[in-house]
Every structure is written in structure tokens, then in C-alpha cells.
Write a protein that binds this ligand. Structure first.
Ligand code: EPU
Length: 429
């Protein structure tokens, strides 16, 4: 298994290009199941999760072709995928594939919407908590699907099509909102989704579906209205920039010191995280090319942050902020309210010399003078990258094991960091 070796203490200066968002790309690719025509996606990041989803969609009969590079394009340009679900040959998503990536469960809604049935493995537990799918199933049932659980599979049937309805989520859920929208676009009549997730990736998928002929309004607010249509067509759509990658590199620069332009980043996608960085004393300047992050010499101030659904501080940046706060001048508190067990990085940060204590959903981080490099590993991708951030400020060498987690969600991480001066290399097994 590959490992990443980092030697701390280098300033970061220059430009880091921000890729297309993983968490928009995955549902956009899944939305291709809703039409027999070709969906073309630009600015797709080169990630292990994208490759895995190509395999999962391939199992349903979807053809995915990747365009070659055009002249003038570099590795910094995202890929273009042409996705065609002209003929769906199989409506089963097997355990072996779904268990590797939770978002693949989301094929349920478009398969039922288009084919009237689907059999999708329950995703099971994962390293950041139990993560049930009860609200996704509730949304499908509200739209008239009959659901059975059989041998670890969710079997959904709507032989006469889905029917528009009101769906009220008792808790904000990104996957539940994607599911409700994708099921409703081809349903008979109007669907109203209350307490919908407002994450920017929901808006991006709704924009793409509207280009495909869907009639969705209110995406980005907590009330989304979908008027069902009888069919969708092909379209072309560019994936929005990755706000979690943006926030991750912003924290890396804040940790290491220096001045970096995060090219193509959009501040409105992560205002709460940028505010936390400003409060910590980091200089954050939106420009027409992206966001400029700088910290020169001065120490970091501690912060108080609570994760919550968008537009609040994202859970997907919690581990990275915690890594940063290990070096603050004082005591920070971070409360995780989205997932009940997303603190697997704490023990590994402690191995690097951090002082962190946990009490339920609340972490207390006492800033320390110095971190010291060590061997570490993590169990999910955001936790893994938090160790990379800590390593940038640690004395000596840190080896981050189990790099496949990073490859799931960060495109060319070591090139992007070494391009601005970090001492980072991949050690191939
Ligand atoms: N929940 C339920 N029942 C459900 C669904 C969710 O109780 O049926 C709970 C979850 O257990 C959690 C909360 O609701 O406590 C929110 O979960 P949500 O459904 O919003 O999460 P998700 O859709 O499974 C997406 C992202 C995650 C991100 C969360 C929260 C993708 C592919 N995944 O997951 O991203 O943390 O929203 O913003 O979009 C990552 O990229 O590393 C990642 C984990």
C-alpha cells in the first residue's frame, strides 16, 4: 500500500488549482441513469471514487468514455466524461460494489424512477458512524415506491411509476435530498421537499437536471419544488469547484505559513470555514481568480466552531480545522453535530504531539508549541488529510499510511502541495 512522506517546516507559496467537487461529481454521474441520452460532464476530478462509480454504473449497462486532453490542457484541467445510459441492463447494485462507496446507494432513486424497480445493497457501517439510510427509504416510500428489505438489499418497486408528494425530512440529509430530487423529476405531479439540504452540491445537481429538462426550483433553500416531467434529455454541465478541497488547502497554508492563491475557488461555497480562518488570524482575500490565503509569522488564535449542515461549518472540514488548532495559542473547542463518531483522527494527531480531549461530541484542543513527526494512519479521507496538515508543521518526518483514503477524495495531493514548496512524496509499496 502506498504511503506519503512529509517533512514539516516548509512555507507554502504559489498557486494551487482547485478541482471539481467530488460530492457533486458522484450524484451528477448517478443522474445519468435518468436519461437514455448522453450526459457530458466537464471539470470531473481524477479520483478513485469516480473510477469506482464508473464501474458501478457500468454494471447497470452505462457506458462512460473519458475525452483525451485537448491542446493547451494540463493535468490541472478536469476530465470530461461522456455518460450514456441508453440501455439499462441490470437494476441490481451488488454488495461487493456498494460496500466500497456509500454514495453508490444513491442509484436507487434514478433506477426506480426510470425502470420502475431496483435492488440495491444496504451500504452498511463505515468509519464515521452508523450512517443509516432510513430517510432515503422514507423519501422513496412517500413518492409511492414499495420497499422490502431482503437479504441485506433494499428492493424498491413502483411498476406504475412514482407519484409527486410532500416529503418532510426530520433531519437535514444530503443523500436524502439527492434521492428525493432524483426520484421526483420523473414522477407524476409535483413534489415538495421540506427541510431539504442546502449544500452547494445539491444546487449543482439541480442545475444539471434542469438542463436535462427537469423542473426543479428552490434548490439551495430548505424548500425544493419539483414538477415531474415524462422524460429527460442529454446535457452538458461543468462540475462546481470543490469547497472541501479549497478549505483543506486553506488550512494547510494557515498551518505552514506563506501565501497561496487557491485558483478557481469560490468563497461563497465555504464562507463559514473562511470566517473561522479569519478569526484564527489568517488573511483570506477573495480575488477574481480564486481565494488568496496568507499567514506571515503571527501565531494562530484559538476558535470555537460547531459543525452543522450548510451554510454552517462543514463536518468535512472538522478534522482539518482540528489539525490546525493543535498549534493555536490557546484552547479551541470543536463540536461535531453531523456525525456521531467522526473523531478517528484525534488519536493520530495525539501521536504527533497534539493535546486533545474528547467529551461526547465536543473536542477540546490545547495548542502546543511543537508537533513532532511520526507514523500515522487514518480511517477516512478527511481524517487522513488532517494528518497531512499536521505533518506540514511537525518537526521531522511524518509517514501517512493507507494513502488510498486520500486518493478517494484529493486529486494529485502530493503534486499540489509540493508545487507550492512542501516537502511531500509518495512512497510506492
Ligand atoms: N442520516 C440519517 N438517516 C438517513 C440519512 C442520513 O439518520 O437516512 C443522518 C446521518 O447519519 C448523519 C446526518 O443524517 O448524521 C447527515 O448525513 P447526510 O445524509 O447528509 O450525509 P451523506 O449524504 O451520507 C454527504 C457527503 C459526506 C458529508 C455529508 C454531510 C457525499 C458523497 N457525501 O454524505 O461527505 O460528510 O453529506 O455533509 O456527498 C466526504 O466527502 O468525506 C463525506 C463523508
Amino acid at each position: 500500500m502506498d504511503r506519503i512522506r512529509i517533512v514539516g517546516g516548509r512555507r507554502l507559496d504559489g498557486v494551487i488549482p482547485i478541482s471539481g467537487a467530488k460530492n457533486a461529481t458522484l450524484p451528477l454521474m448517478i443522474a445519468s441513469l435518468l436519461t437514455g441520452e448522453t450526459l457530458t460532464l466537464d471539470n470531473v476530478p481524477r479520483l478513485a471514487d469516480v473510477v469506482l462509480l464508473q464501474r458501478i454504473l457500468g454494471n447497470h449497462g452505462v457506458d462512460v468514455t473519458v475525452s483525451g486532453k485537448r491542446s493547451g490542457e494540463t493535468a490541472d484541467h478536469g476530465q470530461t466524461l461522456h455518460i450514456s445510459a441508453a440501455r439499462i441492463v441490470d437494476t441490481t447494485a451488488p454488495y461487493e460494489l456498494v460496500s466500497k462507496m456509500r454514495a453508490s446507494f444513491w442509484v436507487l432513486a434514478p433506477l426506480v424512477a426510470r425502470m420502475g424497480q431496483a435492488r440495491v445493497s444496504m451500504p452498511g457501517g463505515c468509519a464515521i458512524g452508523t450512517r443509516p439510510v432510513d430517510l432515503l427509504i422514507m423519501a422513496m416510500e412517500r413518492l409511492g415506491a414499495r420497499i422490502d428489505i431482503d437479504g441485506g438489499y433494499v428492493v424498491a418497486r413502483a411498476p406504475h411509476g412514482l407519484k409527486g408528494a410532500e416529503i418532510v425530512f426530520p433531519k437535514v440529509t444530503v443523500g436524502g435530498t439527492h434521492t428525493a430530487i432524483m426520484a421526483a423529476v420523473l414522477a407524476d405531479g409535483t413534489t415538495v421537499i421540506e427541510n431539504a439540504a442546502r449544500e452547494p452540491e445539491i444546487g449543482d445537481v439541480a442545475d444539471c437536471l434542469n438542463k436535462m429538462g427537469a423542473r426543479i426550483s428552490g434548490a439551495g433553500t430548505n424548500r425544493i419544488v419539483v414538477e415531474g416531467v415524462t422524460r429527460l434529455n442529454g446535457a452538458r454541465h461543468a462540475v462546481l469547484p470543490d469547497r472541501i478541497e479549497t478549505g483543506t488547502y486553506a488550512m494547510a497554508v494557515a498551518m505552514a505559513g506563506g501565501e497561496v492563491l487557491l485558483q478557481n475557488a469560490r468563497p461563497e461555497l465555504l464562507q463559514a470555514a473562511l470566517d473561522a480562518l479569519s478569526n484564527a488570524g489568517v488573511s483570506v482575500t477573495p480575488t477574481n481568480q480564486g481565494i488568496r490565503i496568507a499567514r506571515n509569522g503571527a501565531g494562530l488564535q484559538p476558535v470555537e466552531v460547531t459543525t452543522a449542515p450548510f451554510p454552517s461549518f462543514p463536518t468535512d472540514l472538522q478534522a482539518q480545522l482540528m489539525a490546525l488548532m493543535t498549534r493555536a495559542r490557546g484552547t479551541s473547542h470543536i463540536v461535531e453535530t453531523v456525525f456521531e463518531n467522526r473523531f478517528m483522527h484525534v488519536q493520530e494527531l495525539v501521536r504527533l504531539g497534539a493535546h486533545i480531549s474528547l467529551e461526547g461530541e465536543r473536542a477540546t484542543i490545547e495548542g502546543v508549541e511543537r508537533l513532532k513527526g511520526a507514523q500515522v494512519m487514518a480511517t477516512d479521507l478527511r481524517a487522513s488529510v488532517s494528518l497531512v496538515i499536521a505533518a506540514l508543521a511537525a518537526e521531522g518526518e511524518t509517514i501517512v499510511n493507507r494513502v488510498y483514503h486520500l486518493d478517494r477524495g484529493f486529486e494529485r495531493l502530493e503534486q499540489k502541495l509540493s508545487g507550492v514548496g512542501a516537502e511531500v512524496e509518495r512512497l510506492s509499496a
